[in-house]
Ligand binder design. Structure first.
Ligand SMILES: CC(C)(COP(=O)(O)OP(=O)(O)OC[C@H]1O[C@@H](n2cnc3c(N)ncnc32)[C@H](O)[C@@H]1OP(=O)(O)O)[C@@H](O)C(=O)NCCC(=O)NCCS
Length: 154
């Protein structure tokens, strides 16, 4: 899946295989915790395949904040503006359907130039930098990840 091509921590072998069942499970689980998942996807007309998606979550306990989750476009469809359009469409959906949301939070690996470029273009601004540690046993290298947050345009 496209998500697996995101920059990852050295040595990380985590991979994702998303299926309709897994997505339904995730949505049902989120609902039990008062979270709503909002997803936009782009479907390639000729093949009828989903070639990109972007999603975020909103908690009923903090309804003014949306948490951006994943965005991905399959390799053969990149650099055609789909990633930008998906995230812009997701923001538009928030403005139209969730007027209570004032802030969108996300975090990205520092070396993920593509998504950082899109986020900057959409108005996200860095607020803090943190480290995520992988591989508890070998205490491998830490991996810097830049935090972004953007106040939503209304
Ligand atoms: C991030 C991702 C979704 C971008 O999708 P995309 O459809 O290729 O992006 P776009 O074509 O809309 O690119 C928009 C802008 O981002 C920047 N950009 C995109 N890819 C880039 C790259 N590889 N290097 C540098 N800048 C890049 C450019 O400024 C580009 O605008 P331009 O093409 O007009 O110059 C895609 O690269 C991807 O799926 N990556 C793997 C998964 C991932 O890392 N997701 C993000 C973490 S959640």
């Amino acid at each position: 899946m496209a998500k697996n091509t995101a920059p990852r921590a050295p040595g990380s072998e985590e991979t994702y295989a998303m299926t309709p069942e897994r997505i339904r499970d995730m949505e049902a689980h989120a609902e039990t915790q008062g979270r709503t998942i909002v997803t936009v996807a782009v479907i390639h007309a000729r093949s009828a395949q989903v070639v990109g998606f972007s999603d975020l979550q909103i908690s009923e306990f903090r309804p003014h904040v949306a948490y951006q989750q994943w965005s991905a476009v399959t390799s053969g469809h990149r650099r055609r503006g789909l990633g930008r359009s998906l995230k812009a469409r997701l923001t538009r959906t928030l403005i139209e359907d969730r007027p209570g949301v004032r802030i969108v939070c996300t975090d990205n690996a520092e070396d993920n130039a593509s998504v950082r470029a899109i986020n900057t273009e959409l108005g996200f601004r860095p607020i803090r930098t943190g480290h995520r540690y992988h591989g508890l046993r070998d205490c491998g290298p830490s991996w810097p990840s830049a935090g972004f947050a953007g106040a939503r345009a209304s």
